[in-house]
Write a protein that binds this ligand. Structure first.
Ligand SMILES: Nc1ncnc2c1ncn2[C@@H]1O[C@H](COP(=O)(O)OP(=O)(O)O)[C@@H](O)[C@H]1O
Ligand SMILES: CC(C)(COP(=O)(O)O)[C@@H](O)C(=O)NCCC(=O)O
Ligand SMILES: [K+]
Length: 260
């Protein structure tokens, strides 16, 4: 009953083949390709994979990309991939967005993955769910699994490209994160990093204040996304890098679906 999970972001398509559609299932294979290379998935990354029994994906890169990925699946297997659509509730969370269907599917499954991690470890507690990708999202889940809301801000790459494009003097190599940057490269890298960590620290404060009085457990901060490792060292909060968070959410959703 192997299961293929697909996460399509605005920079890369990530995929993971599991032995079965349950959280904690054995990981058989996984990979990531930049979006410009998705038309080679069938003849490269997926070519030697055993046919999965089911496929569930989340996509925030638009319908054209989704159709191109479906063509790659069709080239290899007789399976219709299913795609996550954000909704009012699923996988143990409730969605407080004004229009629940408009929450990015990757954010939605990351929240479900975070809820699974929280409950797998012990008593229910709030969670701050940070995804550092093309964009950065900082989402707040209360101790009951209710999504309170979240921030969207530019990822490092977009910030730097915006600054390069909007100025004459900021085309410089990447620098280091410093408390008091003394050159352009360090100033840009530190500015971008602290914009991201500052937003995370601010949302952590909001969530702690919201849930503090009647929740014995402080929020847990779970970070994921391709650039998470770059930001984590500068974050002034206890946190955990969970590379598989989105896939954990997709697995949880698929297991609920099969349980219905
Ligand atoms: N191999 C890589 N090459 C370039 N950038 C990478 C790589 N791996 C991770 N990144 C970083 O992670 C970001 C993409 O992360 P990812 O989580 O895949 O984004 P998305 O989900 O938006 O597609 C890039 O903007 C870059 O900062
Ligand atoms: C915010 C995002 C662009 C993040 O995408 P990513 O950085 O993972 O490519 C994506 O979650 C999205 O398109 N959201 C829809 C709008 C919203 O969530 O409000
Ligand atoms: K993402």
């Amino acid at each position: 009953m192997s299961f293929l999970a697909i996460d399509i972001g605005n920079t890369r398509l990530k995929w993971a083949l599991y032995a079965s559609p349950q959280p904690g299932a054995a990981l058989l294979a996984h990979g990531a390709v930049f979006l410009e290379n998705i038309d080679q998935l069938a003849e490269r990354e997926w070519q030697a994979l055993p046919a999965p029994h089911s496929i569930l994906g989340c996509n925030v890169a638009g319908d054209a990309i989704r159709r191109r990925v479906e063509e790659q699946v069709d080239e290899l297997w007789e399976i219709e991939p299913r795609w996550v659509v954000s909704s009012l509730q699923a996988g143990g969370i409730t969605n407080g967005y004004d229009h629940p269907g408009r929450l990015g599917a990757d954010r939605f499954v990351a929240l479900i993955g975070a809820r699974w991690h929280v409950l797998a470890r012990g008593p229910a507690r709030p969670a701050l769910v940070v995804m550092v990708g093309t964009a950065v999202t900082v989402d707040a889940l209360d101790q009951n699994g209710h999504f309170l809301g979240g921030l969207i801000l530019p990822g490092h790459g977009i910030m730097l490209r915006a600054l390069e494009g909007g100025t004459a003097g900021l085309r410089v190599p990447t620098g280091e994160v410093r408390e008091f940057p003394t050159n352009t490269s360090d100033a840009l890298t530190s500015g971008g990093t602290y914009a991201i960590t500052g937003a995370i620290e601010r949302m952590h404060r909001h969530l702690s204040q919201r849930c503090g009085p009647h929740c014995p457990h402080a929020p847990v901060t779970l970070m994921t996304g391709g650039a998470g490792w770059k930001v984590a060292p500068a974050l002034d909060l206890p946190h955990e890098l969970v590379e598989s968070l989105i896939f954990d959410g997709i697995l949880s959703l698929q297991s609920h679906r099969l349980a219905l």
